[in-house]
Design a protein around this ligand. Structure first.
Ligand code: FE2
Length: 183
């Protein structure tokens, strides 16, 4: 399944625009960081795009989140490994630490995508005006984009420096900024 097909599948299940953008941004970060972490960029991007595909369907039943998504992916012929990663990304259900780079990257990308979008929005929708320094500064303000869990971003520190991760994330999101309605 290529990127366009993944986005089509996502849009069949997710209708809220901000959630679609969150998924696209997460995919862009996963794609950008894959090479450095020994992953396949196309496959990691697809995982990012599809990771919250069940979010509207579960309507708040967080104990189903991820598991329901994995079932949708399996029904559409997506490989079991990707479906398992989507199932495991629900950190509320997770008891063991995340160990594989792809799982850690998804935790970090899932939280950083919202943080970086919020950084762009305070700059009038200008993602090109956001720097690694901006993100680092805003991440320290607890009340800023408070829903973006900093501890999930911090997991990436076992694999790379957090500012390096932010640089990859920014680069990835810049590539798709028009899809995110950002400049
Ligand atoms: Fe997410």
């Amino acid at each position: 399944m290529d990127r366009n097909a993944a986005i089509r599948l996502l849009r069949e299940h997710v209708h809220e625009d901000s959630l679609v953008k969150h998924c696209l941004a997460t995919g862009a970060i996963m794609k950008a960081v894959a090479g450095d972490l020994g992953g396949d960029a196309e496959s990691w991007e697809r995982i990012g795009i599809l990771h919250d595909i069940d979010f509207e369907e579960i309507s708040g039943e967080m104990q189903r989140h991820g598991i329901a998504g994995a079932a949708i992916l399996s029904a559409h012929g997506i490989d079991k490994d990707s479906a398992d990663i989507v199932a495991a990304h629900n950190h509320f259900l997770r008891t063991a630490p995340y160990e594989r780079p792809v799982d850690i990257a998804l935790q970090a990308a899932d939280s950083a995508s919202g943080l970086i979008i919020a950084c762009a929005l305070v700059k009038g929708g200008n993602l090109s005006g956001v720097s690694v320094k901006t993100i680092t500064k805003k991440a320290k303000e607890k009340s800023f984009a408070a829903g973006c869990d900093r501890s999930r971003i911090a997991l990436i520190a076992s694999l790379m420096d957090v500012p390096v991760f932010y640089a990859y994330a920014l680069r990835g999101m810049m590539e798709i900024r028009t899809d995110l309605s950002l400049k």
